[in-house]
Design a protein around this ligand. Structure first.
Ligand SMILES: [Fe+2]
Length: 576
């Protein structure tokens, strides 16, 4: 039976992918301990690197105002002396933000240089270095571009669920490197990375090493244009802060949300006439999909950490961690955005999904529908970009909810999944988002576990009213309406987390990519010209055909590919 995790385990007997996916969710950490040889290598590297301040994992994020500032962030193998950025004649000291991983005990050195006072729409060259930079004579350097001022055209790109190209790590896959190259090939102003960055928490004894492979893979693009992330379930790590986000928060400097105790968890920024709102759905989803010890072995932190072992059946469940603070912030932010006449579009980024019909993935979550979709309706959010399910799916424009449209999996009883209501089921290719919000699932970055298999309701051929053209068989989505906390499995000492507890006919699903679970979405924002010009966003999804290790529809075996070709294009319009 498919289960809820987007984090299938590896096991020692080399299961087929189908077996891996069928067993997903229950045993995410079962086989995820690093080998003694790898641990020894790491220890040697830590000792050798203790005096090495060479910048690596270099990446940019937007400052509070993307037209005038960026933040340059990096890590170094050891503590850096006088870490700094040079830009033109300016030398900007970088602030250290080290943390000690709660499981390995390894200290990670990260640095952040805030570069402000820049001109809008301008290109700058910079270099990052330190006194103990091995490359001090020729330090890392790159160029970036600031955001334009006012209503101006620009391009951004997006995907989530990237992982790393180092296949030693659970869920990592070679496509991850091609995905970064794909971003560069489209030369966006910036990229949105929709959570589940590298799956370090599935490799719990080697988390800093996984982050390092991730950061060095991304540097190819993220050193030259901001990559703006959001938190996913795999950023949650045991013994790394109150929500387990210490690794993420040490690596990223994100725009201020002015919420004491919650810095970096959620934020917003403006580029041109678009307000981008980045959320942490870990705070509202019912599903339990974060750090988890399945057993039978406990997860034992390094002795130097002083942390006790984490027993089988333990999960790190975050629903409600902000006690409503994030939702209150969201409402204030959306209301201010819609009051602002210089804002045309509101685009939300989050990891988990309100409207996904992947059958091998997680599916949809009632928590997002209860907490946030009514706000997206009230303030006419135009577009929601997610990850989590490793595929591509697009919804019709959605507004409001159909009650009592779901059924409990176990009993068949009617359950209110608050099914999002499509304002049209005509797939015209042009959508006026004043009338409904379009959701995109973009968990198509680079993991080794594509989830491009989708639900159908074979028992019911009539529950798809008004479709044009009619679709058969009707589409079905799984929906979490309650927490799937760990339960004992049939194997003694091994715990599992159940799949979503409800299903519904997914009348909101407009397009699903069954060819491949890999791709990148490219967004071209056109503010319109003149007083009657119509703002539009042209969205093109490019996909990596043949990258599925095994395509679920055809059984065809594939491998990582650098070739991204067009899957579909559509246009969002918002007449002023
Ligand atoms: Fe996820």
């Amino acid at each position: 039976m498919p289960e809820n995790s987007d984090s299938p385990p590896r096991s020692s007997h080399s299961p087929t992918r189908r077996q891996v996916l069928a067993g997903a969710g229950g045993t995410g950490l079962l086989a995820a301990t690093a080998s003694p040889a790898r641990a020894a290598t790491r220890a040697r590297r830590i000792r050798a690197g203790s005096s090495d301040g060479t910048p690596e994992q270099i990446h940019l994020t937007w400052s509070e105002n993307p037209a005038t500032g960026v933040v340059v962030s990096w890590a170094s193998p050891g503590q850096a002396r006088r870490p700094r950025v040079r830009i033109g004649q300016r030398v900007i000291p970088a602030e250290p933000r080290p943390y000690t991983d709660g499981i390995s005990g390894e200290t990670v050195w990260t640095y952040h240089a805030r570069v402000g006072g820049l001109r809008p729409g301008a290109t700058y060259a910079y270099a990052a270095t330190a006194d103990n930079d091995r490359n001090a004579a020729d330090p890392f350097s790159a160029t970036f571009r600031t955001a334009p001022a006012g209503r101006a055209p620009f391009r951004f790109t997006s995907f989530g669920d990237l992982a790393t190209p180092n296949t030693a790590w659970v869920l990592s896959y070679g496509q991850s490197a091609y995905a970064v190259e794909a971003v560069e090939s489209f030369q966006p102003l910036f990229h949105l990375l929709n959570g589940d960055l590298c799956y370090a928490n599935l490799n719990p004894t080697a988390q800093p090493e996984v982050w390092r492979d991730f950061g060095n893979n991304n540097q190819t693009s993220a050193g030259s244009r901001p990559w703006m992330p959001c938190l996913g379930n795999h950023e949650v790590e045991f013994y790394n802060g109150p929500q387990g986000f210490a690794s993420y928060l040490a690596r990223y400097t994100l725009p201020e949300n002015r919420m004491p105790g919650f810095a970096g968890r959620w934020y917003s920024f403006r580029v041109g006439s678009v307000l981008f709102v980045s959320l942490d759905a870990d705070d509202v989803v019912y599903q339990d999909a974060a750090a988890f010890v399945a057993g039978p072995a406990a997860l034992v932190p390094a002795s130097g950490t002083g942390h006790p072992a984490i027993g089988p059946g333990t999960s790190f469940y975050l629903r409600g961690y902000s006690d409503g603070a994030q939702t209150a912030w969201l409402e204030r932010t959306l209301a201010a955005g819609r009051r602002d006449e210089t804002v045309d579009w509101i685009i939300v980024q989050m990891h988990q999904c309100a409207a996904s019909s992947s059958s091998t993935g997680n599916g949809s979550d009632l928590g997002i529908r209860q907490e946030w979709l009514p706000l997206f309706d009230r303030y006419q959010v135009d577009l929601v970009l997610c990850g989590h399910d490793h595929d591509y799916e697009r919804s019709f424009p959605l507004r409001g909810a159909d009650t009592d449209a779901g059924h409990e999996v176990a009993t068949g009883a009617v359950v209110n999944t608050m099914r999002p209501h499509p304002v049209t089921t005509t797939d015209s290719g042009v959508f006026d988002t004043r009338h409904g919000t379009v959701h995109l699932i973009l968990g198509c970055g680079g993991t080794d576990a594509p989830l491009d298999e989708y639900g159908t309701d074979t028992a019911d051929g009539s529950l798809f009213p008004g479709g044009s053209p009619p679709r058969t068989p009707p589409r079905q989505a799984k929906v979490f309406t309650r927490a799937d906390r760990p339960v004992q499995s049939s194997t003694p000492g091994v715990f599992t987390r159940a799949a979503a507890d409800a299903v519904e006919d997914a009348i909101w699903s407009a397009r699903r990519d069954t060819v491949t679970g890999y791709g990148i979405a490219v967004f071209d924002v056109d503010p319109g010209h003149g007083s009657d010009g119509q703002p539009s966003i042209k969205v093109t999804h490019y996909h990596a055909v043949g990258a599925d290790p095994v395509n679920p529809a055809t059984g065809a075996k594939g491998e990582p590919t650098p070739d991204y070709t067009e899957f579909e294009t559509f246009t969002l319009v918002r007449p002023r």
